[in-house]
Every structure is written in C-alpha cells, then in structure tokens.
Design a binder for this molecule. Sequence first.
Ligand code: AMP
Length: 425
Amino acid sequence: MTKKTFQAPRGTRDLLPDDQVYFDYLNSTFKNVVKAAGFRQITTPAFEDTNLFVRGVGKETDVVDKEMYSFVDKSNNSLTLRPEGTAPIVRSYLENGMQAWPQPVKLYYTMSMYRYDRPQAGRYREFWQYGLEMIGDKDPFADVMVISTAYRFYQKLGLADHITLQLNSIGCQKCRPKYIKELTSFYKENEKKICNNCKSRVESNPLRLLDCKEAKCQALIEEAPQVINFLCTECHDHFKKVLELLDEINVTYEINPRLVRGLDYYTRTVFEFWTDRDGSQNALCGGGRYDNLVENFGGKSTPALGFAGGTDRTIEFIKSHPEIEILESRKVDIFVVQLGNEARKNCLKLLSSFWDEEVAAEGGLDKEGISGQLSHANRLQAKYALIIGQKEAYDQTVIIKEMASGNQETYPLDKIVKEIKKRLK
Ligand code: AMP
C-alpha cells in the first residue's frame, strides 16, 4: 500500500530559497526606507484574543465575519490568528504604556497574516504584510508623511511609474452618520437593482456597498451619493491640507470618492496604492486614519494612522516587470576546491576565514576530483573558485580562478581573504 503524501494546506505555500531572495529584498528595502523616516520595528504575537479583532476591525466586516482563523484553546480562551496588524499594535501601544512615550509613536512591522479567504492569484490564506503605524498625531502632515513613506518605498523598488495613489476622506463620527443615512436611503430606493450581498450590507455595513465588485451593482455605485460631499468643516479642511502637502512634495494622486476600505476603524483620510494591472487583486497596500481606535480599546482619545501592504502581491508585481533588477541572486561567491590531506586542512581554515568576514563561501570537502568540484562551483554560480592542490598546500598559496573568464593566477594564502573581499566590492 502506498503511503499518503502531505501537501501544504490550501491557501498556504512554502517559500523556497529562490522566493526568499525576493522576500529578503523587499523587507530590507522596506526597513531601510521606514527606518530613515524614524519608524521602529514591532512584532506582535501570531494569535490574539478574538474580541480584539471583533471590537477593533468590526463585527460586520468581511475579515471578522467570514475570514478569521479562530480556535478555543485548552483553557477555553477564544483566540484568533492575526488577520491584520493594526488592532494588535494598538493593543500593544496601550498594554506597554506607549502613551507615555514621546508622541507620535512610529512603528513598523513585517508579519504573516491569516485570513480564510478564497485562494486565487495574489490572494492567500497565509500571507505577509509590511506596514507602519503612526500613533499620536492628528496633523495632516502625519497623513502625508505616512503616504509619502509608502510612495518612497515603491519608488525604491522601481515601481513608481506603475502605480497610482487612490485617495479619499470618509469623514469622522460627526459627519459620517449624515452620509450613511443618505447612502442607505439611496440604496433602499434602488433595492431591486442590487445583489443579495449588498441587500444585507444596506443594514449591516453600508459603506461597503461602494466596494461591491458585482457587475450588477456597478452602475448604482456611480450614481450613489459621495462621502466627500458630506464632510464637516474640520474633515474638509484636514483633507484639503493633505492634498496641498502632497502637491508640494510632488506625490500625484487620484481622488477616488468610492474608496472606503474594508475595516471599520477608519476615519478621515483613506488611501490605497494600485498597480496598472487589470484585475481585482491590484491593490499593493491600503491604509488611512483610525482616530477612534485607541479610545475604543480603552485608552485616552489618540489620533493615529497607518498602512499595510501585501508582500506576496508586491513581489508578484515586481516579477511581472523583468526590467526591475533584484540585486542578490548569487548563491555563493567563493568555492574552495582542494586536493590532498594538507589542502583539505587549508580549505577548512580558509572557509572559516571567509565566513568570519560574511563572504558566502562553500568548499568541496568530499573527495571528488578537481573537475568534479569545479563543475559543482559552476552549478552554484560561484564567482571565483579557489584551488588548493598539493603544491599550493606546500607553498601556502592558492590559485584564484575567475569562473566567468576562466583566468587563473596564484596568490599567497594569508592575503587571499582581503584580496577576494576587494574584488567582490
Ligand atoms: P488590508 O489589510 O485588507 O487592507 O490589505 C492590505 C494589503 O494586503 C492589500 O492591499 C493586499 O496587497 C494584501 N492582502 C490582503 N489580503 C490578502 C490575501 N488574502 N493574500 C495576499 N495579500 C493580501
């Protein structure tokens, strides 16, 4: 009887070494950009109290209503694998007394997220997000700082010409109820024209009506009242200032009156960066203000904002642009080839010296002949092979062979690490 083989669960996948090159590249580029703007890293637990997301993200949202990976542990606690980063970070802000830190507190993360979604290209059940949160600043300057940091990151990745910034303001607790009233009465008047999902959204989560992807609902979305026309004076002025500041630093945007975002905690500015690719999975990141969330979690009223981007989706987009060069793809710089017992000893010492200097080096410590070891060096795409035969071991020298050209020269063993480091620069 053949044994059952195992597969990664639906919606998850292994990140193989070649995928990891992209993940490392994206995450290190992100870290460099956000650290320069004063953000410091935070990592929260992979699971949290289920109520944190119910209260923070909102009971009627898709994420909480349909997509949470929740379980009851042996002590009867209801826990949920984090589907997003903002609610856990605000929890941490309060739990760790960050309200007493100099404000705003600026945090960034790169973490895995879990959503029981329908898997398709660019949509997984386990996926990664890069993101940041800026807690304790109400000024439009903060909005622009967060948006332009995201933009700078995409610029560094070489994506700036392929994306657009979509921007909207969805108002505050003062002005939004008036808009919601108008929107629901518009949809009630047109109930016959909308899909079944939207029929229930009219009561449960009316803002999401504007997000419906069903062809049937598209025409109505075009005609629906727009939140931007219902902003109170404070929200209107805030939004206007955000636009002016973006103009000043030459970040272009499209005002998108239908952009509402899926999570309940958003207020005022909301934004997404979209790719120029057709299809529903074209948002690289999304974010906005959430001025009530800290208070909602029991803290004092504290304005805040942030964004989260899809690592998997951003990488897929980079891959669809082959002209964008990912630096590190070489797996090993140096391959040390040896022949004979003395050479083997030198080989091991030499490898250790390279590793001490963080030069990627491997060696043929098994007993293959020189040509077998050299073809192994070739398969690993090593830039140089360093050959130590019996003569070299005796002379304390090493042959440097440049793999691409085949050129060879002999070099003193005690100076080789320094020389190779120089050449690799
Ligand atoms: P959200 O937290 O829903 O605002 O999502 C922010 C970003 O995360 C999106 O713009 C996507 O790039 C990415 N994202 C969201 N859900 C998924 C998923 N199921 N699989 C892969 N990426 C996702």
